[in-house]
Write a protein that binds this ligand. Structure first.
Ligand SMILES: *Cc1c(COP(=O)(O)O)cnc(C)c1O
Length: 240
């Protein structure tokens, strides 16, 4: 649990860090911050909201939906991104509750989400998750698999392909993953050009440990939890 005021203070520092990193990289565009709230108590989420934060990320559908419901009245204009693996049997709930799904990792999932979004009469912004370092424990398209999948993904009329997302390997020195982030930027540029996809703009990459490197390499969205709320309880399941 964080002291009252601590969340605001860390949020302010991270926003300044992001602006500085973007400036140092010679970038004019803004880097969006998704505040990751998995396992975080509602009062701390409300503190972030009171500090002006509107964009939030959760990695498990069930837990997120409960939280989103509880916070709806107090945070009417909050937008939620799903950043964790989505099972195909939860696409309807996901399409109902999230502004954006950042973790589309198979064509099969994309088709299910497309059908769910269509039934809700909405255009659903999605990101395609890339397993950039080819780690066996992580989901996501390989770079070549993604290029092959794009034609299929383009047949999903209710999905809007907004960008790519990745979770970089855990390393001691964040500079070691600069190459991973760079390859993501190249992949996005390649796919945008090759398939003429002007909407495929975003690169969601960078977390508490590596966001400065990610911004230097072209992240347009970073997803940060621990650096704002402190370490999560160790009882948490899985890598997310
Ligand atoms: C938990 C999580 C984050 C945030 O990680 P921190 O280390 O807490 O900043 C970002 N992206 C995904 C997909 C996550 O599951």
């Amino acid at each position: 649990m964080s002291e009252p005021g601590a969340v605001t203070e860390r949020l302010t520092r991270i926003r300044a860090d992001l602006a500085r990193a973007a400036c140092e990289a010679g970038r004019q565009d803004e880097v969006a911050l998704v505040v990751v709230t998995k396992t975080v108590p509602n009062d701390e989420i409300l503190e972030a909201y009171a500090a002006g934060q509107r964009l939030f990320g959760e990695n498990r559908v069930q837990e997120a939906v409960a939280k989103i419901g509880q916070l709806k009245v107090a945070m009417p204009d909050a937008r939620w991104h799903l950043i964790g693996h989505l099972q195909t049997n939860k696409t309807r709930v996901a399409a109902e509750n999230f502004a954006t799904i950042e973790s589309v990792d198979t064509v099969r999932l994309a088709r299910k989400l497309d059908a769910a979004a269509g039934r809700l009469h909405r255009q659903l912004p999605v990101f395609l998750e890339v397993n950039a370092a080819g780690e066996t424990t992580k989901s996501g398209f390989s770079a070549s698999g993604l290029v092959q999948a794009i034609p299929d993904l383009l047949t999903c009329p209710s999905l809007e392909l907004c960008g790519l997302m990745t979770v970089a390997p855990l390393v001691t020195n964040p500079d070691d993953v600069a190459g991973v982030f760079r390859s993501m930027r190249e992949l996005r540029d390649d796919i945008r050009l090759r398939f003429d996809l002007p909407s495929l703009l975003h690169l969601s990459m960078g977390m508490s440990g590596d966001y400065q490197v990610a911004v230097r390499e072209g992240a347009t969205i970073v997803r940060i939890g621990r650096a704002i709320f402190g370490e999560r309880p160790i009882t948490e399941r899985g890598p997310g």
